[in-house]
Design a protein around this ligand. Sequence first.
Ligand code: DC
Length: 232
Amino acid sequence: MNPKIIIAIDGYSSSGKSTIAKATAKHLGYKYIDSGSMYRAVTLYALRNKIIDKENLTVNEEKLKTRIDLIQINFIINNKLNRQEICLNGENVEDEIREMEVSNAVSFISKIKFVREKMVRIQQELGKEKGIVMDGRDIGTVVFPNAELKIFMNAKAEVRAERRFKELSEKGIDVSYADILKNVKSRDHIDETREESPLRKAADAIELDNSNMSETEQLNWILGLIEKMNKN
Ligand code: DC
């Protein structure tokens, strides 16, 4: 049997990271962790506790700092849906963190240094035994710089907005395509230009533009890479 590895998948928002990450993890019998969901959970906490001003999206960092140790994040397995779901202080918030209010505010939380430090510690702990696929923005650069396989995903902003629109519409969440495109573009900008762990392709990451690829093609592409790695 091949030894268990760490697979880091980074890239722009809605570039399809989670779809390929989930499919790969399922195929290999690995754990899948969506690191973005952790920043979303902290954002939900901040919104609920009025640490973020909902109108102008300013964050009361001092207040958040005094509360950061009170924020507990863990994952549970939903056997019915065959997925990991995130819990915030014991409450399953997997669906709530996908709502637009959280999406609009999350970049303002994920750029805070002490928030990132805490999330990275949890992520590294989750990957201690390997056999994990984790997606995010800094997985190959900061969280697991020694990951055996690193992928950097991209797709055009319009293609990504279309995907997110379809995903939310299917869930019955009422949003406009224009709002989503705006959100995708503004998050790209914040992710790329923030001081703390900006979105970057790791030097040893393999790039994938999946604008015109089906899910099956993407899975076969990544499985091909793993096969090649195992032969070497
Ligand atoms: O992947 P996503 O759209 O659910 O991510 C939500 C936000 O969290 C996004 O603004 C980028 C940020 N993020 C991050 O800074 N680092 C990660 N490892 C994952 C997500």
